[in-house]
Write a new protein. Structure first.
Length: 372
């Protein structure tokens, strides 16, 4: 449910009363299920994304509820008025307890998700990642997998905790990053369980460098038949020299084979490329080699390419490479310029290699906005 006033203030909540976001003027505050707030705004052409302290978040919640109380007197629809009254009966303590229960369901760590999947329901078949440099890996999580009974119980706990808020969930997201590394039979069973329990379109992550060794196109065709709609792939960079700073034996052809096997199985992809990866020192290699590998992928209008700014603070190994001087750090303007260059080069290379225009949407994305 969302309520707007004067085109400058908007509040959105789910049917249980969870605040989702609040906008006032040029600023927006998004709230996660973990009861954390992120402020999003602009300074000129620069997009500002800032995580708020608990005290600042409490201030945003208070401001949002004051706005809701003000507009509640202007509502003349009985159903909407009752819904607003129900939401106003909740308070900050309820939000905190709701967050604590979700945190418990997800094993103490909230998922990191693609920005456009914020309103999916996240179902955790596995925990952890076999390749912790992946864009969506949560470091420090031991790798584990739920059995069938535990997974069914987990799905029911997620649904029960969302309550009426499940109505807002537009998809089902299978996590964690290592989920597709599961043995095929239990993986397909998990997909079937999700479809039976939710009837929502199914999405997941993939570890670009480990899955191809374990899965082939027949496996992906089975996944498609069992409901898998899209796989998000953390490409990061197409530069072998950059990626091998993390894993000495990495080969970008594995990414190419993975994506084309998915596409030939009827599964769409969301590619995530990082602007600023490697810094100024490696800019040309990053741009040219990333465009070159993407130009060989069987992409179409059903896919999407996200270009996200690099944040070295989110990856201790990357930060260590910066500290030792192997990489350097681009500022916001330089990353914005490189994102433009990446987009142009990707389109140019695809056209040159395939003699057709790239129909895949290229969109700006910020991993920090992957707020679940």
């Amino acid at each position: 449910m969302s309520i707007e006033r004067s085109g400058s203030e908007v509040i959105a909540m789910d049917s249980e009363g969870r605040l989702l976001y609040f906008s006032s003027g040029s600023e927006t505050w998004k709230r996660s299920l973990g009861n954390r707030y992120t402020q999003i705004g602009w300074e000129g052409e620069k997009r500002i994304i800032r995580k708020l302290s608990e005290e600042e978040g409490a201030g945003v919640y208070s401001k949002a509820m004051n706005f809701l109380r003000e507009v509640s007197h202007e509502i003349d629809q009985a159903d909407l008025s009752r819904a607003v009254s129900y939401i106003l009966s909740k308070d900050e303590k309820w939000m905190a307890e709701d967050s604590r229960k979700f945190e418990e369901i997800y094993g103490g760590k909230f998922p990191i998700i693609p920005q456009d999947q914020r309103f999916s329901a996240y179902f955790q078949l596995t925990a952890g990642s076999t390749w912790n440099n992946c864009t969506f890996a949560s470091p420090g999580v031991e790798i584990s997998q739920r059995d069938e009974d535990d997974f069914i119980s987990h799905i029911n706990r997620v649904k029960d905790q969302f309550g009426k808020g499940m109505e807002l969930r537009r998809g089902a997201f299978l996590g964690d990053v290592s989920a597709l590394n599961s043995e095929q039979k239990p993986l397909l069973k998990a997909m079937d369980i999700i479809r039976e329990q939710t009837s929502l379109p199914l999405y997941t992550f993939v570890e670009a460098f480990s899955v191809p060794k374990k899965k082939n196109m027949i496996h992906y065709q089975d996944m498609k038949r069992h409901g898998l709609s899209r796989v998000y792939v953390g490409v990061q960079s197409g530069s072998v020299s950059l990626l091998r700073h993390f894993e000495a034996l990495k080969n970008v052809s594995e990414i190419l084979n993975l994506v084309n096997n998915l596409k030939n199985s009827g599964i769409s992809v969301g590619l995530i490329v990082l602007a600023g990866y490697g810094g100024f020192k490696h800019s040309n290699d990053h741009i040219n080699e990333t465009a070159a590998i993407i130009s060989q992928m069987d992409l179409d209008e059903g896919d999407i390419i996200y270009i996200s700014p690099m944040d070295e603070q989110d990856d201790p190994r990357y930060a260590a490479l910066v500290k030792e001087g192997t990489f350097d750090v681009m500022d916001h303007e330089a990353m914005k310029d490189q994102a433009d260059m990446l987009e142009n080069k990707i389109k140019e290379e695809f056209q040159a290699s395939n003699r057709i225009e790239l129909k895949t949407q290229i969109s700006r994305h910020d991993i920090r906005e992957g707020i679940y």
